[in-house]
Design a protein around this ligand. Structure first.
Ligand code: G3P
Length: 217
């Protein structure tokens, strides 16, 4: 399973990269704004800064919602750095744009996916990644994990190579459940990743080992 961090915060990206387990970064316009990164030039520079920290894929989202605008913006984003994956919303022009980028060798991440039908269209258009937002489904008492299971089944039925990128992950248990269901990638906050480490028996056991060692030294 690939681990992406879902943030535009450079310090957190560095911390995850230093752990040695980071495979990439996802961002969106809200995450950029949260870090105070506004204005086209600053946003483009920030993408390059992120690419220079991590080794893997970095999703950069288009703002345009029409085909021509998405193509123009996506080509600009892709030209920034070889690690950039163009993130495109799952709307009609977005599917057309994904197909265009697929045909032109530019990798894409189809975002704002909330149904199996949307994920099927993203795969047919050749998206590199599809991003079902599981936390936001859970927020409205709809089971986000069911969507991951449905997409896995559909993609496996037909051998689609689009990678399932479980997004809107909120906590460690989401990561475990997505891993059990066969999601290819998860993206979440740093807290969800380091949350995987937490176990009181590890802390108690380590304290005991150190105490016992110190008895004889
Ligand atoms: O990757 C999608 C993600 O940024 C959405 O997460 O927590 O805002 O629902 P969230």
């Amino acid at each position: 399973m690939k681990f992406f961090i879902d943030t535009a915060n450079l310090a957190q990206i560095k911390e995850a990269q230093d752990l040695g387990i980071l495979d990439g970064v996802t961002t969106n316009p809200s995450l950029m704004a949260k870090e105070g990164i506004t204005g086209r030039d600053n946003i483009l520079k920030h993408y390059v800064d992120i690419c220079n920290i991590v080794d893997g894929d970095v999703s950069a989202e288009v703002i345009a919602t029409d085909f021509d605008g998405m193509v123009k913006e996506g080509e600009q984003l892709a030209s920034l750095h070889e690690q950039i994956v163009v993130k495109i919303p799952v709307i009609k022009d977005g599917i057309k744009a994904i197909k265009y980028f697929t045909d032109n060798g530019i990798r894409t991440n189809c975002t704002l996916v909330f149904s199996a039908g949307q994920a099927l269209l993203a795969a047919k258009a050749g998206a590199t990644y599809v991003s079902p937002f599981i936390g936001r489904l859970d927020d409205i008492s709809s089971d986000g994990l069911n969507l991951i299971a449905d997409i896995r089944l559909i993609y496996d039925n037909y051998g689609y190579e689009t990678q399932i990128l479980a997004a809107s992950v909120r906590h460690a248990m989401h990561i475990i459940d997505c891993a059990k269901l066969g999601a290819d990638v998860m993206t979440g906050p740093l807290s969800s990743i380091v949350g995987l480490l937490k176990h009181p028996l590890t802390d108690i056991g380590l304290a005991q080992f150190l105490a016992d060692y110190n008895k004889g030294n």
